[in-house]
Design a protein around this ligand. Structure first.
Ligand SMILES: Cc1cc2nc3c(=O)[nH]c(=O)nc-3n(C[C@H](O)[C@H](O)[C@H](O)COP(=O)(O)O)c2cc1C
Length: 209
């Protein structure tokens, strides 16, 4: 392992007036002061995929949509993921779920964690995201960052910033420490025993298609 691992900070909402940019930029500033990995912001606005309309799950059938293919190539570049997520109706934003549905092997055997915001720190979205990322063969971390009502309303409506809530920096640093360990550990594991590329034709044949 000669190169530093690459970690994506994925913005999980796309509304024109979204809050997501604030936590993503804040996290990026903390992350780029570290030397354990290279970090990159990946914005779902740059991957405007239709609601999933492919022939089958990317587990079996590679997507045809050109943007989805670009998204898959982008996802494959990274060794770990931090999803910056809101909570929409007690779950994850649909645009983020759609993006997760459009890739499969690219996420496999890599770690994922979350920076979430909302009335209860986006906790309900994160708990549901854990179920989804497990199905995509990711390992979700215990350590996450939750930006709760006090901080969220403070930044949204009272002119406050992350500097007013230094304990969030501590939570982010702890999350990044653990993510570095999981990223290196799973990358070493993938290098020891490479995952064979999924044989779509064999799977379709086995399914009788
Ligand atoms: C469709 C929708 C549903 C929402 N549902 C919740 C919710 O269940 N829990 C919550 O804490 N906030 C909820 N909110 C408020 C969001 O936390 C807030 O609008 C936040 O800024 C959304 O993230 P974004 O600005 O990055 O899109 C909801 C917002 C929208 C647009």
């Amino acid at each position: 392992m000669t190169t530093k691992p690459k970690i994506a900070i994925i913005l999980g909402t796309t509304r024109p007036t979204r809050f997501a940019d604030k936590p993503a930029e804040w996290l990026m500033n903390i992350a780029k002061a570290r030397d354990d990995a290279t970090y990159e912001i990946v914005d779902l606005r740059d991957y405007p995929m239709p609601f999933f309309e492919e022939a089958g799950s990317p587990m079996f059938v590679p997507p045809q949509n050109a943007v989805a293919l670009a998204w898959g190539r982008k996802v494959a570049e990274f060794d770990g993921y931090i999803f910056v997520t809101a909570e929409y109706n007690h779950s994850m934003p649909a645009v983020l779920k759609n993006a997760l549905d459009y890739a499969y092997a690219e996420f496999g055997r890599k770690p994922a964690t979350f920076v979430a915001y909302g009335g209860v720190g986006g906790a309900r979205a994160v708990e549901q995201l854990r179920l989804v990322v497990a199905e995509l063969h990711m390992t979700s971390l215990k350590h996450t960052v939750h930006i709760g009502a006090t901080e969220f309303v403070g930044m949204l409506m009272q002119g406050k910033s992350f500097a007013d809530y230094p304990y969030l920096d501590d939570a982010a640093s702890m999350m990044l420490d653990h993510l570095a360990w999981w990223t290196n550990t799973l990358r070493a594991g993938r290098e020891l025993a490479a995952v064979e590329p999924f044989d779509h034709q064999a799977a379709l044949k086995a399914a009788g298609a």
